[in-house]
Structures are given as structure tokens and as C-alpha cells.
Design a protein around this ligand. Structure first.
Ligand code: ADP
Ligand code: C5P
Length: 255
């Protein structure tokens, strides 16, 4: 079984590299590029401000019973997989300094936790994170600064295999032993849905970025510059408070 698994992984990685002959597929802001890591680093540096992070993942639609039966046929990387109207509504409320209840998404069971929500309060800085946050113009245009985390596709694939097996309940070993349809949820799903959707939707949205961060969280210079810029903007907003008539500028800053 060990040998089968090894050959399987080698094949998927080889296919993946073949696809990458197209130079454009070398750039990425897609899955496992380090988006969350970059956001966490920004938030850490802005510890003296109120900062909230809203993940687009939280707005994945729950699967219907029918869809859940053939989950390996479901494309989680297509824009339709998200409830964008609800995502938009949530951001707009936060911009109006209202608190919101963000759904909690369960990656293991592909559904939202029906009972619990995450309460997010009004803040100085709102950070939106997700593979497709630049896709819908209404979401895109709400942001002051658009950052694209650009990490090599092979690095992302390796990280994703590790993360999905460790954190998201995709157990490659038991899956292979059981030979269930869930086999496809990890590496095959990548070739079938994740990479094509990256090429069709994520990569084309890179052109909307104001800042492109190569190497994600390893790029401390880029993160420092971004934090500096946010601090400057927040400072300018604070200045506006001195002039009551000018205090129309929201004290929020969206990324
Ligand atoms: P994304 O939010 O884009 O999916 P994450 O920040 O969650 O990406 O990172 C995906 C996985 O890769 C996580 O397991 C994380 O710990 C790991 N990771 C992120 N950045 C690095 C890095 N610079 N070096 C090594 N591992 C990293
Ligand atoms: O954190 P990251 O940006 O990688 O999250 C997006 C990825 O999560 C998508 O590429 C999608 O394939 C994956 N996903 C999943 N199972 C779900 C929902 C999304 O593997 N139920």
C-alpha cells in the first residue's frame, strides 16, 4: 500500500508540474499560498488597533443532502460555492460599524455549524481573506488595499496535502485503505477542480491587486510596508476627527 500511495502522489505531482509549463500558472494567490499566515502577521503587528479578520471560507454554502452524497463531484473552488450576497452584507455592516455574526464552516463535514456563529465587532481595520475575494466587483470595490499572496504552485500543493490531512480531516492513509470515493478529496480533487479553478478564476483576479507578496509569510519586508501604510492611513483618519465637518471618513480600513 505504501508503494501505491507513493506512486499516486508522484503521478499527481508530475501531472501538476506538466500543467505548470504555462508560465502564467507559476503565479498564485490560491489555496495554501499563506493568506491566513500573512493576515495573522499583519494583525499581530497592529496589536494596538482593533482589527478583524473575515474569511471568505466562512461563507461556503452548506451542501444539500443530494450534493453531500457525491461530494467528490462538488467544486469548492468555483465562485458559486460561496454565498457572496451574505458575505457582502456582512462586510457592509462592518463598514457601518455594526457587529455581525459570521458563520462557522466545518471543513470536515462540508457544512456550516448550524448552532454557533462568531461574533465580530466593529473595528478600525477590516481584513477580508479568501481565494476569490477579488472575483466579485462588489466585494472587490469595497477594499482600500488589495493584496495578492503569490506562492509557487508546487509549494502550495505540498502545503495543502499536509494541511488537509492534518487539519481538515482528509486522511490519506485510511482513505487509500478503504478505497472510498473520499480518496478524491485530497490530491485528485486538486487536479480535477482546484487547479483549473485557480487558472480560471483566481489567477485572472491577480490583475486587481495593489500589492503582490511573493513568498507569503516569509516576506517580512512586504508585510512591514503594508503595516506601515495601514498605520499611516489610520493616522490620517484620526486627524480627521479634529475637524468635525470632515469626520465623514469611516475609521475603518479594508484590505
Ligand atoms: P491559505 O490561507 O492561503 O490557505 P495558510 O496561511 O493557511 O494558507 O497556509 C497553508 C499551510 O501552509 C498552513 O499549514 C501553514 O502553516 C503553512 N504555511 C504557511 N506559510 C508558510 C511558510 N512561509 N512556510 C512554511 N509553511 C507555511
Ligand atoms: O484556506 P484555503 O484558501 O486553502 O481554502 C480554500 C480551499 O478549501 C479551496 O481550494 C477548496 O478546494 C477547499 N475546500 C475543501 N473542502 C471544503 C471547502 C473548501 O477542501 N468543504
Amino acid at each position: 500500500l505504501k508503494g501505491v500511495r507513493q506512486r499516486l502522489i508522484e503521478k499527481v505531482v508530475r501531472d501538476h508540474e506538466d500543467d505548470d509549463d504555462d508560465r502564467s500558472s507559476r503565479v498564485s494567490g490560491g489555496t495554501a499560498s499563506g493568506k491566513t499566515t500573512v493576515c495573522d502577521m499583519i494583525i499581530q503587528q497592529l496589536h494596538d488597533h482593533r482589527v478583524v479578520l473575515v474569511n471568505q471560507d466562512s461563507f461556503y454554502r452548506g451542501l444539500t443532502a443530494e450534493e453531500a452524497k457525491c461530494v467528490h463531484e462538488y467544486n469548492f473552488d468555483h465562485p458559486d460555492a460561496f454565498d457572496t450576497e451574505q458575505f457582502l452584507e456582512c462586510i457592509e455592516k462592518l463598514r457601518r460599524t455594526q457587529s455581525v455574526q459570521v458563520p462557522i464552516y466545518d471543513f470536515k463535514n462540508h457544512r456550516r455549524c448550524s448552532e454557533s456563529f462568531r461574533q465580530v465587532n466593529a473595528s478600525d481595520v477590516i481584513i477580508l481573506e479568501g481565494i476569490l475575494v477579488f472575483h466579485d466587483p462588489r466585494v472587490r470595490n469595497l477594499m482600500n488595499m488589495k493584496i495578492f499572496v503569490d506562492t509557487d504552485a508546487d509549494v502550495r500543493l505540498a502545503r495543502r496535502i499536509r494541511r488537509d490531512t492534518v487539519e481538515r480531516g482528509r486522511d490519506l492513509n485510511s482513505v487509500l485503505e478503504q478505497a472510498s470515493p473520499f480518496t478524491y478529496l485530497n490530491i485528485f480533487l486538486y487536479a480535477k477542480f482546484v487547479k483549473p479553478a485557480f487558472d480560471d478564476f483566481v489567477l485572472p483576479s491577480k490583475k486587481y491587486a495593489d500589492v503582490i507578496i511573493p513568498r507569503g509569510g516569509d516576506n517580512h519586508v512586504a508585510i512591514d510596508l503594508i503595516v506601515q501604510d495601514i498605520r499611516t492611513k489610520l493616522g490620517q483618519h484620526d486627524l480627521c476627527k479634529i475637524y468635525p465637518n470632515v469626520y465623514v471618513i469611516q475609521s475603518t480600513f479594508q484590505i
